[in-house]
Design a protein around this ligand. Structure first.
Ligand code: NAG
Length: 405
């Protein structure tokens, strides 16, 4: 670990060399596949800066094959929205501005970068709602404020704004391989059915599917093998805001190619009882869907969907929460969440603190966040910086047929 800090200092020096090398010599001097290979291992930010220095670098690093290779090699970082800010009127420009303050925490390289998403718009007289961080996908961050979705690349600063259709809520966005298009998923709840509205960012067009059961929960989906998964949004339970979850049909699954919807049963134990939805969530591990039950104060149960078609769940592991030594833990109903499961590691979030839990050794280690865990307000995601473009800077409108306005 101690080796990393000096390496990072070297990166900018190496970058200087690279820039001079490519700036002075002709493209033929170094085979382009070697150049591509070097650049695909550099941080997205550095690659983006290098584009200004050389035409050749710019051409090579804007190709979609390069962007894909770079994305696959990049490691994930933590992104944290640390304040919820309502829009302000910029008197000088006579426009309204929304901004979202974010912190990017690169644990491995011991680096913290603060950035702001800034969106301006002219005044409309409607109820205001702040932009909130919702999802990360291929290096793009998605925010929503109940009337629009903003998809933004924090490195290239490109963004796209998409209107959320009337009386709908947003459930996430995904990349559709076959069409090379990003799509936003919205849901309109009707009396006896719901409409799933899929909006294409490339064309601005939308498609609807009708479904006669529970809608998906407005949370980022778990994307796996071309399928999107959400917990369903059940009936409200008691006076709390939680909703209960019956076992059958508790997971909503959407196939991005066929656009078919189905539901999957959640795992059930011996003494099955309705579960409070706010305390369970989905994850993925090596191509399998996982179910994370945090309804207990003393352990987390992780299940794995071993047979997708037959809906067969196997309990993978019970994780003791002893590592949350905080004395108030047992008295708070603060939802504990597992953010990611990779090979032998589970990343668990409690309040603003992250733990890396080793599933083999049963050891938890606190993630070094260098003071940012103290920041107020928190929407936290794992994210990978990339050079992926959200395609357009135009505002896509759901209602206009051409998709632009
Ligand atoms: C959401 O933000 C957009 C611009 O970013 C703005 O036009 C719209 O009025 C906002 N909606 C709400 C409900 O605040």
């Amino acid at each position: 670990m101690d080796m990393i800090a000096p390496c990072i200092r070297w990166v900018s020096i190496i970058w200087g060399y690279i820039l001079r090398l490519f700036g002075q010599t002709k493209a033929a001097d170094l085979p382009s596949d070697i150049v591509v290979d070097i650049f695909s291992r550099l941080p997205a930010e550095l690659v983006f800066q290098c584009r200004d220095g050389s035409r050749m670098i710019s051409t090579l690093t804007t190709s979609s094959s390069f962007i894909k290779m770079h994305l696959n090699r990049a490691t994930s970082i933590i992104v944290l929205q640390y304040a919820v800010v309502f829009e302000t009127l910029n008197f000088r420009k006579g426009i309204y501005e929304s901004h979202v303050p974010l912190c990017f925490i690169d644990e491995e390289n011991k680096k913290i970068v603060k950035r702001r998403l800034q969106v301006s718009f002219s005044c409309t007289f409607e109820d205001r709602w702040p932009l909130l961080l919702f999802q990360s996908c291929n290096g793009l961050l998605m925010f929503e404020n109940r009337s629009v979705v903003v998809i933004w690349n924090p490195i290239t600063q490109e963004h796209t704004i998409i209107d959320i259709p009337d009386s709908s809520y947003v459930c996430g966005f995904y990349f559709h391989e076959k069409t090379g298009d990003y799509k936003v998923v919205c849901v309109r709840k009707l009396k006896k059915s719901l409409k799933l509205i899929i909006i294409s960012i490339l064309t601005g067009s939308s498609k609807q599917t009708t479904w006669f059961s529970q809608p998906p929960h407005p949370k980022a989906p778990v994307i796996l093998n071309g399928l999107l998964h959400w917990m369903v949004w059940g009936e409200p339970y008691g006076r709390t805001k939680c909703t209960t979850l019956k076992s059958s049909g508790s997971i909503f699954s959407f196939d991005v190619d066929s656009e078919n919807i189905r539901t999957i049963a959640r795992p059930t134990g011996k003494n099955d009882r309705p579960m409070l939805l706010d305390f369970v969530h989905l994850l993925k591990k090596e191509g399998f869907l996982c179910f994370c039950d945090v309804t207990s104060c003393t352990y987390i149960d992780i299940w794995i969907l071993e047979d997708y078609e037959a809906e067969v769940w196997i309990k993978l592991q019970r994780i003791s929460l002893d590592f949350l030594s905080s004395s108030n833990w047992k008295y708070t109903v603060y939802p504990l969440r597992a953010l990611r499961m990779d090979k032998d590691e589970l990343i668990v979030r409690w309040q603003n603190i992250l733990y890396r839990y080793n599933l083999r050794q049963n050891i938890a280690k606190k993630v070094e966040m260098r003071g940012t865990e103290e920041l107020p307000g928190y929407y936290m995601l794992l994210h990978t910086n990339s050079l992926v473009s959200p395609h357009t800077d135009n505002i896509l409108s759901f209602d206009s047929p051409s998709g632009t306005k």
